[in-house]
Design a protein around this ligand. Structure first.
Ligand SMILES: Cc1cc2nc3c(=O)[nH]c(=O)nc-3n(C[C@H](O)[C@H](O)[C@H](O)COP(=O)(O)OP(=O)(O)OC[C@H]3O[C@@H](n4cnc5c(N)ncnc54)[C@H](O)[C@@H]3O)c2cc1C
Length: 396
């Protein structure tokens, strides 16, 4: 059967692209091996979908080609998506830092996209697996479990490797390689850190402790909460830092941001000289963390259980430096089964930033997470999916 446009992958990017193509009168088919479309949208943002961010620039994205995303993001902006959401009467709110979430449920966004697909006469082949793709002169031949299809444009919107149980696969990368496109190596990102070497019974006892920190990695810093887990450190600040982390890199935590802990320690030494440092710190941190940190950090200073009055000012100064620059070297991140996104992907140098078409293969497009454009936490990844899908949808 012939279609003008076949989109493989019915996630955020694929749906947006198909809607735009359909609206232009192109006969469009979405193929997805999952039985339902948009399953990542449904679980996103804790079930409320952080569908965009009010402030989106290329600065919030990681890519080998840092400005590649600018064109698509400016042509279909967060404001454009917000207008859609308003048009469909979906109530939403700003949680923090410009992050927009549905008031009710992420399903509202999926239903909106399904309605738009219906209006644009987009056809869907769900539960459909692709066994082979070939290009024959001007057309693509797609062999699937639901028959063979032919199209003049083929859009790959199969996402990254994160969350395989929701249908993630390396399919997009395989097709890129088949057509001779370069890849940027992939890694799980927006993912918790595993602290393999630090892992001991005491560390595991921290599981569930949450506190505000500044987490820094490779020149990027994030002030938000961290959450200790049985495996290591998670929570928004750690997830953000993971986007910039490579194996072997050090991650630095400021455990009392914007606070002069040295002055505070000196003041308390005068006011409460008999107090142990761990008890003092438990006024700022959960006790479990205070005990852990003092045990680990004080030992080498030789004042683990001594009252403040017995600790030299120099010792307190060194200790406060550690509070503001606690260094950990994660063993790895948790992995694709938990990571929110996949960093890396199809090399953007292979694609037109205006249309997402492969420069070497006329009619072949890559959009969304399969491309080497990965956003920070905060609605940026969906905005990239909407914008890149929209850009391709104008020309396919
Ligand atoms: C738990 C979680 C929460 C998240 N929360 C947010 C958030 O709140 N805000 C935000 O901006 N981002 C969030 N993200 C990231 C966001 O979901 C993704 O970046 C976005 O969904 C990428 O869209 P996509 O269309 O490129 O890929 P996907 O949404 O992954 O869609 C890919 C589609 O392709 C299909 N597919 C894969 N392989 C094949 C194949 N071989 N054949 C046929 N079909 C195939 C899949 O079934 C899927 O339907 C979250 C991610 C996770 C995992």
């Amino acid at each position: 059967m012939f279609y003008d446009v076949i989109v493989i992958g019915g996630g955020a990017a694929g749906l947006m692209c198909a809607i735009q193509a359909g609206k232009r009168g192109r006969r469009t088919l979405i193929i997805d091996h999952a039985k339902k479309i948009g399953s990542k949208i449904i679980i996103s943002g804790g079930g409320r979908c952080n569908f965009t961010n009010r402030q989106v620039t290329s600065e919030q994205y990681v890519s080998n080609n840092p400005h590649f995303c600018t064109s698509a993001l400016s042509r279909f902006s967060p404001q454009d998506f917000i207008e859609w959401v308003k048009k469909h009467k979906i109530k939403f709110h700003e949680k923090k830092l410009g992050q927009l979430f549905c008031d009710h449920t992420a399903k509202d966004i999926v239903q909106m996209l399904i309605r738009e697909c219906d209006r644009a006469h987009v056809e869907m082949g769900l539960g459909c697996s692709v066994s082979g793709i070939a290009k024959n002169q001007e057309q693509f031949e797609i062999k699937t479990t639901q028959g063979d299809f032919v199209s003049s444009s083929l859009v790959i919107a199969t996402g990254g490797l994160s969350i395989p149980k929701l249908g993630a696969s390396g399919f997009g990368y395989k097709i890129a390689k088949q057509f001779g496109l370069q890849m940027i190596p992939t890694h799980p990102a927006l993912d918790g850190f595993m602290l393999g070497p630090l892992k001991n019974n005491f560390f595991e006892k921290l599981a569930g402790v949450s506190m505000e920190c500044i987490v820094s990695c490779n020149g990027e810093s994030f002030r938000e909460n961290i959450l200790f887990t049985h495996k290591g450190v998670s929570g928004p600040a750690a997830l953000q830092a993971s986007l910039y982390w490579n194996k072997g890199d050090v991650v630095t935590l400021d455990l009392l941001p914007a606070f002069n802990s040295y002055e505070w320690l000196l003041k308390n030494k005068k006011l409460r000289p008999r107090l142990e440092i761990k008890n003092l710190l438990s006024e700022m941190w959960p006790m479990r963390f205070s005990e852990f940190f003092c045990q680990g950090q004080c030992k080498e200073e030789g004042f683990s259980h001594r009252p403040l009055q017995e600790i030299k000012d120099k010792g307190l100064e060194l200790f406060s430096k550690k509070i503001h620059a606690w260094q950990i070297t994660p063993w790895d991140t948790v992995g694709y089964q938990k990571a929110e996104v996949t960093r890396g992907g199809v090399d953007t140098h292979e694609l037109s930033s205006k249309t997402m078409e492969a420069k070497k293969v006329k009619g072949l497009y890559f959009i969304g997470e399969v491309v080497d454009v990965t956003g920070q936490l905060g609605g940026y990844n969906f905005q990239w999916a909407w914008s890149s899908g929209w850009a391709a949808g104008q020309v396919v």
